[in-house]
Design a protein around this ligand. Structure first.
Ligand code: UDP
Length: 396
């Protein structure tokens, strides 16, 4: 039998050229292993993909700000690109009134006029007690209870409820509590959207990271873009001894236990003849009526663009179906149970396949968590010691 795809005796087939697949391929190359990456889209980098236009780096699938406490990951990504010192500071527009995010002393002052942490805490406690009398000592059971117990009803109603229900397409009472815990609540005047020690965006965009991985692989990574694994799934699986799969895990198994739920997003961009349209990189529209959740103005992410033009993008959440890209897994109890069935199938029916990334693991990962997930898979696959310094070696 002649191999149609495994023409070079590749060690790995990697499905998807996002951060998980690319990092795995690069680390495999460091160990002398050859990979073929198949990617259904026409570029590498997955949803971190960026392009530059009018001197402005545009993130094609929504704002990606790298933030992490994981020094190993931070050192790693900076081997492939220089990072700027961008710190995300998001402004919320609720019915024409502006608030700083995340929830901090500035937000509390704007909402209530409170000036000290004690005043703000007292206000939150008063609202929490009034709204959630029956909560007592039990843990918040959904996003609404979690949000009110963290920052009270006024901020919940203005800055969370509308945004969250548009973003997820369902009631905040039907969403898991952990989603709102992604956002810091702090009793200092600090508008940094993240709590992590390291933060920034690659100068010139993310795509170079993944192109550099290929360039530095000494020819051990080949990428086939515009190639859908599912057009030839059986041949691929027959020809390749080992597969890394980063697409949707339910699709891999032909949705045999049913579809996992995802949320999708649609983007609308405009180029305008001004060099400062909204005065900030990200403005969230937190009311229920505005159909988009946020508006980005890309030049403010790096401050490198010439005067004259700006590019803005609005982000519209939408239901996912099989014709759309999956962006967010919906990690509620129902989907978590379904996901466990797929994990069992992966273990029993596809032991030669390693699943990874946001879609392969069905987890609301941030970028740094995806890199870390890839490191862990590399450690398992190659038996590398925990203190191994990734990417310190030259390619063999
Ligand atoms: N969120 C909100 N109001 C905001 C921003 C975020 O209620 O102005 C909530 C919303 O439920 C969202 C979650 O916080 O899904 C996480 O927000 P984050 O900005 O981390 O989402 P991502 O950037 O991953 O879309």
């Amino acid at each position: 039998m002649t191999n149609k795809f495994n023409t070079k005796n590749y060690d790995y087939l990697i499905v998807g050229a996002g951060p998980f697949g690319m990092t795995f391929a690069y680390e495999a190359a460091l160990r002398g292993k050859r990979s073929l990456i198949v990617e259904k889209r026409s570029f590498v980098g997955g949803n971190t993909h960026t392009h530059t236009e009018n001197g402005i780096t545009v993130h094609d699938f929504g704002a990606h700000i790298f933030h992490t406490d994981n020094k190993e990951v931070w050192d790693y990504v900076r081997k492939f690109a220089e990072f700027n010192g961008y710190q995300n500071q998001v402004v919320a527009n609720y019915k024409g009134k502006l608030f700083n995010l995340p929830f901090n002393m500035n937000t509390f002052y704007q909402m209530w006029g409170t000036k000290t942490p004690a005043e703000a805490k007292a206000k939150i406690e008063e609202q929490k007690t009034a709204a959630l009398q029956e909560l007592g000592d039990r843990q918040p059971r959904n996003l609404e209870e979690q949000a009110i117990s963290l920052i009270g009803t006024d901020i919940y109603e203005a800055l969370i409820k509308g945004y969250t229900e548009k973003q997820w397409g369902r009631k905040a009472t039907e969403l898991p509590a952990f989603i709102i815990k992604r956002l810091p609540v702090r009793f200092i005047y600090d508008n940094n959207y993240f709590n992590h020690r390291y933060q920034g965006i690659p100068v010139g965009g993310y795509t170079q990271i993944f192109e550099n991985m290929v360039d530095r692989s000494n020819g051990l990574i080949d990428v086939l873009t515009d190639t859908d694994f599912f057009d030839n799934k059986e041949e691929f699986l027959n020809e390749f001894p080992r597969v890394v799969y980063t697409g949707m895990i339910d699709q891999f198994f032909d949705y045999k236990f049913g579809e996992l739920e995802y949320r999708s997003v649609r983007f609308e961009s405009e180029t305008l003849d001004t060099d400062n349209y909204q005065g900030n990189a990200v403005i969230n529209y937190t009311d229920a009526e505005t159909p988009f959740t946020r508006q980005m103005e890309w030049r403010h992410f790096d401050g490198l663009a010439d005067e004259g033009k700006t590019i803005i993008t609005r982000e519209y959440p939408q239901d996912w179906d099989r014709t759309k890209e999956a962006y967010y897994p919906v990690n509620d109890d129902k989907n978590t149970d379904l996901y466990k069935q797929y994990v069992k199938a992966a273990r029993e029916d596809a032991p030669e396949v390693l699943f990874g990334g946001r879609l392969g693991k069905y987890r609301y990962f941030d970028m740094d968590q995806v890199f870390n997930d890839a490191f862990n898979t590399v450690r398992q696959e190659f038996g590398v010691a925990d203190d191994f310094n990734f990417a310190h070696d030259d390619v063999k």
